[in-house]
Design a binder for this molecule. Structure first.
Ligand code: NDP
Length: 324
């Protein structure tokens, strides 16, 4: 693939998807061919976007679910990026033009995420949020990783999951769940990983490392006699999840809205390039793999349709936009 890396050739305008009011992606998201290429802060790099990963937060923000802590409209959506550094700010130390990087451009998931996201030809991000792209991953695969691996890792850390413990993952086939299964098994050393999905996705759960794949259309996990040290709830079922833990067990839930039943707790992702660097070896040795939805990638022209598909809640793994 031919990718321009000379800062001389960076245009002043770019194409980007923009929304100026809240609503459904197909109603409010407009393609704009005349958006200013972002100006860099001293600690930022400019990335030529090669692939952009989508997350539920992109349509949730668009629907106006987080207005109080969001940035002002108009907004270019998109957190996850994989691309090439084409320009660096004056205080950038780690990266240089031509580096292939990936990351989630928003440090705090819901606290004033950037107005100029990754659904564009170029995006700007602080270098501390980025890492070098694992060499064995394509740009598409890398763009599928940052938000979900960060959410999986931070959540597992907060539960204190340790080697030899058991875990139940609710929503095992989604973007976050596919990462939680793999990290629990291959990074945290869980002795038993159980996970839930509908019937057709059980085999995927097993292939990612689940020892027990539970079909939620047939069985209620909370009725099982077996209890777990940890439940990672990526669905929003904390009331049921707390019934599935051993005494002293922990439940983390990540659905950003709705009630949380104690002792379950919720957190919102804080992203960093250092965390990606720490996990890069597991991506490079193939123990942890990005999972891309069977529909494959969506081209840039179909970002509204891709977000609508994500909104169904039936996506397997990740939706990635490519080519841009
Ligand atoms: P996805 O859209 O990738 O999840 C889709 C998956 O969820 C599908 O494969 C589906 O499988 C599965 N699913 C839906 N309902 C159920 C159910 N009742 N039981 C088991 N599985 C189910 O979402 P993400 O994984 O990216 O995100 C999950 C949630 O976490 C979202 O609400 C998101 O907003 C939130 N989130 C929060 C973060 C935070 O910082 N707190 C960070 C990232 C995400 P099937 O078709 O088999 O039902």
């Amino acid at each position: 693939m031919e990718i321009t890396t000379s800062s001389d050739s960076i245009p002043s305008k770019m194409k980007a998807w923009v929304y100026s009011q809240h609503g459904k992606p197909v109603d409010v998201l407009k393609l704009n061919l005349d958006v200013n290429v972002p100006q860099l802060e001293a600690d930022q790099v400019l990335i030529k976007v090669v692939a952009a990963g989508l997350n539920p937060v992109d349509f949730q923000r668009m629907l106006g679910m987080f207005i109080e802590t969001d940035s002002p409209l108009p907004i270019v959506p998109g957190y996850d990026v994989a691309g090439v550094v084409v320009k660096v700010g004056s205080k950038v130390k780690i990266f240089k033009e031509g580096d292939e990087v990936y990351g989630n451009i928003n440090e705090k998931g819901l606290d004033h995420p950037k107005r100029f996201g990754t659904s564009a030809e170029y995006t700007a991000a602080e270098e501390k949020l980025l890492a070098l792209k694992p060499k064995n991953l394509s740009f598409v695969e890398a763009a599928a990783v940052p938000v979900v691996i960060g959410t999986a890792y931070e959540g597992l850390q907060k539960t204190g999951l340790s080697a030899g413990q058991s875990i139940l993952v609710l929503g095992g086939a989604g973007g976050v769940g596919t990462m939680v299964i793999q990290l629990a098994k291959h990074v945290f050393g869980a002795s038993k990983v159980a996970a839930t999905s509908s019937s057709s996705k059980l085999e995927l759960l097993r292939s990612l490392g689940a020892d027990l794949a539970i079909d939620y259309t047939k069985d209620n996990f909370e009725d099982f006699p077996e209890k777990f040290d940890v439940v990672y709830d990526a669905v929003g079922q904390s009331e049921r999840a707390v019934k599935a833990i051993k005494e002293g067990g922990r439940v983390v839930t990540i659905k950003p809205v709705g009630a949380v039943t104690p002792p379950a707790f919720r957190f919102i992702l804080t992203s960093s390039g250092a965390m990606l660097e720490k996990l890069n070896p597991f991506l490079e040795n193939g123990k942890v793999k990005p999972v891309i939805d069977p529909k494959g990638t969506f081209p840039f022209s179909q970002i509204p349709e891709a977000l609508s598909y994500l909104q169904t809640g039936r996506v397997t793994g990740k939706i990635v936009i490519h080519p841009i």
